[in-house]
Design a protein around this ligand. Structure first.
Ligand code: NPW
Ligand code: ADP
Length: 528
């Protein structure tokens, strides 16, 4: 898991080391190291060697398009940096001088009058140019740029960007230029990912010290592009850094959460999922959830649906045992259920909501999705097995309204919103979005960043719900065999794993829309 911190926490945690370096007569110690990391990422991208490897992480487990420039080597490459007034600009100047020393045609475009003079002097000494943004030479350099480094503002940015040089230069950069942000795209809020329309988008962001939450939340997810982390050992004071805002689950960790059946297992020992879903108005959601559960791997699917949805469901999912809705959760077909999924296409008639309430009153693990969220009530006590709730931002807002809860807004403060809801409801709350956050009642948050916008289709949430139901059922069965219940931490991890797998499945799906996602999941997980 990769920890992610608020940008403001990283900024606070670097202050003592920076002050100490300055007091020791070495004020540029960390700037030089950050610049070395930035230049090294650019050189590697160009297939050029020349700098000893810094601590650069491999790609962060966040779904991105990686842009590759044609050609090889750095010699003669036209690299231009927007350079601002603070240390971010200083990083850019130092990185440019490293590239200039290796033969790049390096140009700093000063977007403010104030800038880091030693960095500018070093760039000139290495053969690079330093130009004011207002002059014609800067315009010409920008118009020919192959690589554009955004070093205008870093974590010291406050308010909207007011950098006339940046504003004027932006339209003149060729669309083909590789845009690389130094630490954060200029003007992006590094805590929450808020950004006004003036924030320039990057293809790649090279960030320093630790990953900043704003790069993964809100607009940051698309503005930051591919992420590279350059660690600067000794820079950050752990006491000031505090706990991560959240941690990103890797693909490997997600894949490892899927249990393979043991040779001696039978359908009941493997895990039975009780599916309370589908209604005459929404028969398809139950089918989508069922396909995803079967693709993830359950021993048996016991579905409880009503009206004409029963026929639709039986026809589509021949291996499921299909019962009447009123038989959940007490009928014979429910006796072996290890975990429940309630909600996809459930409907909101009184009988639908009654069924959801009955399932929530059991002490089996349950995924609560879609309209079943309407029966969730606050709880002072955790149930023996916590619930996994799967709202998107709109559903979480509706839940807060119904309960009269004063939770932060899930769109602008998703980490705080999911955490507040998890605490108030004593449940694991999986807040769906382009970055999906999974909060546990004890306050820890995990994140899944594998999803792309192709998941923004009706029915993809039903697929996620089925996937999550299968993970819960198989793990609950395994835990029961070991004589223990699933705890909140396990449920949270399974929630995050499911969200990561959902995003990965979309990359393997044979077509667009929600229906092919289950095939993508089968392809991803192989026979289980
Ligand atoms: N420190 C280190 O050794 C290390 C730090 N690192 C690097 O330092 C970066 C942080 O540097 P930083 O603290 O100097 O802040 P930075 O983001 O460059 O800008 C602040 C300047 O911009 C100005 N300004 C602010 N908002 C503005 C606006 N809206 N419109 C216009 N101007 C605005 C602001 O002016 P002020 O408002 O204070 O008058 C101030 O002059 C960090 O992101 C990383 O890249 C790495 O090298 C690792 C080691
Ligand atoms: N822009 C996006 N990028 C990545 N994932 C997305 C995006 N939009 C939606 N998703 C994912 O798609 C799913 C949509 O779920 P939901 O809104 O419940 O849809 P439905 O109920 O119609 O099936 C969620 O898992 C969400 O995280």
């Amino acid at each position: 898991m990769l920890p992610v911190f608020l940008g403001s926490a990283v900024r606070a945690a670097e202050a003592p080391a920076i002050a100490a370096a300055a007091a020791a007569g070495d004020p540029e110690r960390y700037i030089a190291r950050a610049a070395h990391g930035l230049a090294s990422v650019i050189l590697r991208h160009l297939g050029a060697a020349g700098l000893p490897a810094p601590e650069v992480s491999g790609p962060v487990p966040v779904r991105r398009e990686v842009r590759v420039l044609g050609g090889a080597g750095v010699r003669g490459r036209r690299v231009v940096a927007w350079v601002g007034p603070g240390n971010n600009g200083a990083d850019g100047l130092h990185a440019l001088s490293l590239l200039a020393a290796r033969g790049a045609e390096a140009t700093a475009v000063l977007v403010t009058e104030r800038h880091h003079e030693p960095g500018a002097a070093r760039l000139r000494a290495a053969g690079g140019r330093v130009l004011p943004a207002s002059g014609p030479a800067a315009g010409r350099a920008l118009a020919r740029a192959e690589i554009l480094i955004d070093a205008a503002l870093g974590t010291g940015a406050n308010g909207g960007i007011d950098l006339p040089g940046l504003e004027a230069g932006r339209p003149r950069v060729p669309a083909s230029a590789w845009r690389i942000a130094c630490d954060v795209p200029s003007g992006l809020d590094a805590d929450h990912g808020e950004a006004d329309p003036s924030v320039p988008a990057a293809d790649t962001t090279v960030t320093f010290g630790e990953l900043k939450a704003g790069l993964l939340l809100g607009r940051g997810r698309s503005l930051a592009g591919e992420l590279r982390l350059v660690r600067l050992p000794g820079l950050l004071d752990p006491a000031l850094l505090g706990d991560p805002a959240f941690s990103v689950l890797s693909e490997r960790e997600a894949m490892d959460s899927v249990l393979s059946p043991r040779p001696e297992e039978h359908k009941y020992s493997r895990g039975v999922l009780g599916l309370v879903a589908g209604s005459p108005a929404y028969p398809g959601a139950a089918v989508l959830a069922a396909h995803a559960a079967l693709a993830t791997g359950v021993g048996m699917l016991s579905a409880f649906t009503r009206g004409t949805a029963r026929l639709t469901f039986s026809g589509a999912i021949p291996e499921a045992v299909v019962s009447r809705r009123e038989d959940a959760p007490d009928g014979a077909a429910a006796s072996r259920v290890n975990a429940w999924l309630v909600g996809p296409g459930l409907g909101d008639e009184p009988e639908d909501l009654d069924a959801a309430r009955r399932v929530l009153a059991t002490d089996a693990p349950v995924v609560v999705d879609a309209s079943a969220l309407a029966v969730v009530a606050p709880s002072a006590e955790p149930s023996p097995v916590p619930r996994l709730l799967t709202p998107h931002a709109g559903e979480l807002r509706a839940l807060a309204r119904r309960l009269g809860a004063d939770w932060p807004d899930p769109l602008t403060r998703p980490v705080a919103a999911a955490t507040a809801a998890a605490k108030a409801l004593c449940a694991v709350v999986l807040l769906k979005g382009s970055t999906t956050l999974v909060a546990a009642p004890d306050g820890g948050v995990l994140a899944a960043c594998s999803a792309g916008p192709e998941l923004a289709v009706a029915g993809s949430g039903d697929t996620l719900a089925g996937l999550l139901g299968a993970l819960l059922a198989t793990h609950a069965a395994r835990a029961a065999a070991e004589g223990r219940p699933l705890d909140a931490a396990e449920l949270q991890r399974l929630g995050a794993a499911g969200a990561v797998l959902h995003g990965l499945a979309a990359t393997r799906a044979p077509g667009r829309g929600a229906e092919p996602l289950a095939a993508g999941l089968r392809e991803l997980l192989g026979p289980r």
